[in-house]
Design a binder for this molecule. Sequence first.
Ligand code: NAI
Length: 330
Amino acid sequence: MVNVCVIGAAGGIGQPLSLLLALGLPNKTTLSLYDVAGAAGVAADISHIDRDITIKWANGKLPTVPADPEMKKIAQGVDLFVGAWTCSLSSLVSPASLAMSRDDLFNVNAGIVLDVVKTCASVSPKACFAIVTNPVNSTVPIAANVLKSLGCYDKNKLFGVSTLDIVRATRFINDERTPLNVATVPVVGGHSDVTIVPLFSQLAVGKEIAPGRITELTKRVQDAGTEVVQAKAGKGSATLSMAAAGARFALWIVDGLLGLSNPLVYSYVDTDGSQDTKFLAIPVVLGRNGIQQRLGLGKITATEEELLKIAKKAVTTNISKGEAFAKSKL
Ligand code: NAI
C-alpha cells in the first residue's frame, strides 16, 4: 500500500493537510510526517484518530542541515511526497533575516526546495512529488533540475499543486446563483497572479454569465490569495482552503497509483512538448505511474487566449528564474 509523506507537516497548511490525509487515505496506507520543528506533536495527535493507517514522523533541526539524516529515514519507501514547507522570517531565527528582501526569501526557499527534493529523491527515486511551496511556477522547475541531476527525473511524477485555483474558481462561480452545480472549473496557465487562467467558457453555464462578470470572477480568482491574507490581517495566508485542495490533489494521485481510478486533474506539470512552455498548468489524466496522459486545453475564447498569452510569458520568466537558480547550485 502507498506511503504519503508531508514535508512541513507542522505548518499552517501541513497540519490540516495531514489531518485530511489521515481521514481520507485508504486503510493500511502510511502517512509520514516531517518538519524541522513540531512533527512529533502533530503525529502524536493524529495517531489518536481511529483510522487503520500507520503514522510515522521525524523531526529535523533548526537551523536546517543539508541531507538531514532524519529526513532520509522518513523518506524510506515513500510513494508520494507532498511538500508544503516554507522558510518564514520567524523561522529563520537570525535578526539579520528581518532585513531580507523578497529576492533573499526566494533564494532561501528555493534553496530549501533544492535540498528537500535532493534528500528525498536520493532515498526514494521513484516517488511522485507534489510541490505546494511557492512560487510554484519556479519551485517545480527547480525540483525538475534537482531530479535530473540525480538521474531520476520522471516527467510524469512531478506536480505543482494548483488545485486551490480550481477550488476557488468553482466555489466563486457556484456562488453567483443557485443552482449552477458546476463540478470543476478548468484553470490553466500557472499558479500566481496573471498566470492563473480560469476557462469559464468551457462550462455549460459559462454562457449564462455576462462577459463583464466573467472578467471580474477571473480577477477574483487571480487575487484570491490576497483576500485571505487581508482577512487574516497579514498574519497568515490561505492554509485551510489550501489544505483541502492539497489533500484532494494528493488523494487523486493515490487513487491513480493504486489503480482505483484515473482522475482528470489540472496541475502545473512538465508539458512534454505539448505546449510552448516547458511547464504549464494543464489537464492531465492520472494513473499507476503518475501522469498517464496530457490533454489539450480544449476550445477557448479569444479573451481567454489573450489571458493565456500573458500567462505563458510570465510563466516562461518564472521557469527561467528557477532554472537559473538550480543551475547555479547544482
Ligand atoms: P508555515 O510557515 O505555516 O509552515 C511551513 C512549515 O515548513 C513550518 O512548520 C516550518 O517549520 C516548515 N519548514 C521550514 N523549513 C523546512 C525544511 N527545511 N524542511 C521541512 N519543513 C520545513 O507556511 P504555510 O502557510 O503552511 O505555507 C507553506 C507553503 O505553501 C508556503 O511556501 C506558501 O507560500 C505555500 N502556499 C501554496 C499554496 C498553493 O496553492 N500551492 C497556497 C498557499 C500557500
